[in-house]
Design a protein around this ligand. Sequence first.
Ligand SMILES: *Cc1c(COP(=O)(O)O)cnc(C)c1O
Length: 220
Amino acid sequence: MAYSSMYPELVRFLESKKVQLVAVSKTQPLEKVQKLYELGQRTFGENRVQELMGKKDLLPGDIKWHLIGHLQKNKVKFIAPFISMIHSVDSLALAQVISKEAVKHNRIIPVLLQVKIAIEEAKYGFDPMLLEDNLSQLNDLPGIDIQGMMGMGTFTSDQEITRQEFQSMTRIYKETKANHFADVETFRELSMGMSGDYELAIEQGSTMVRIGSLLFNSIA
Ligand SMILES: *Cc1c(COP(=O)(O)O)cnc(C)c1O
């Protein structure tokens, strides 16, 4: 048996919940990514532009690549021609650069707004209190389609902390949708949940999970 039954089982579970899987392939060797591709996975996430650029041309061309980690403004130009979604839009300035590059390439790039929800010192993401001030300007940018939000919980074994953080993320997502995207059909994604907390995230309303280690560790 080359593969454990992890992937098909996970996919069946996620499909039953109508949750999309982003397979996080960062640090994984090409052969493992290829194996997951052969099992049917088409959406993969990377957190660093350099690693993504190195892998992309060596893997099948119909993979949908998602950028999930902090993105520096000067790296946007490399991914703008092909990226399927950017989960980590954490400032107005970054959104403006993505907008400019998207227009240059005649594309509409789907993006998510990353929000700081973790009680631990989180480096990246909009402060929920300040998000409101940026939304009208974000909403006016051409070339990007704001399709929802992304949040990361505190790295902890205390499920109660994670549950509360996911709950507040869902509340912020719903409020933002009601106040700014009520008529926008494409604003419907909440990217929340990783290997250690995806079940909790789905309980709290996640529509997209980003799972790496759990998935790839089950591939021989
Ligand atoms: C690495 C990473 C993940 C996946 O983490 P696992 O615990 O391996 O599932 C998800 N989201 C982001 C932003 C990451 O950097």
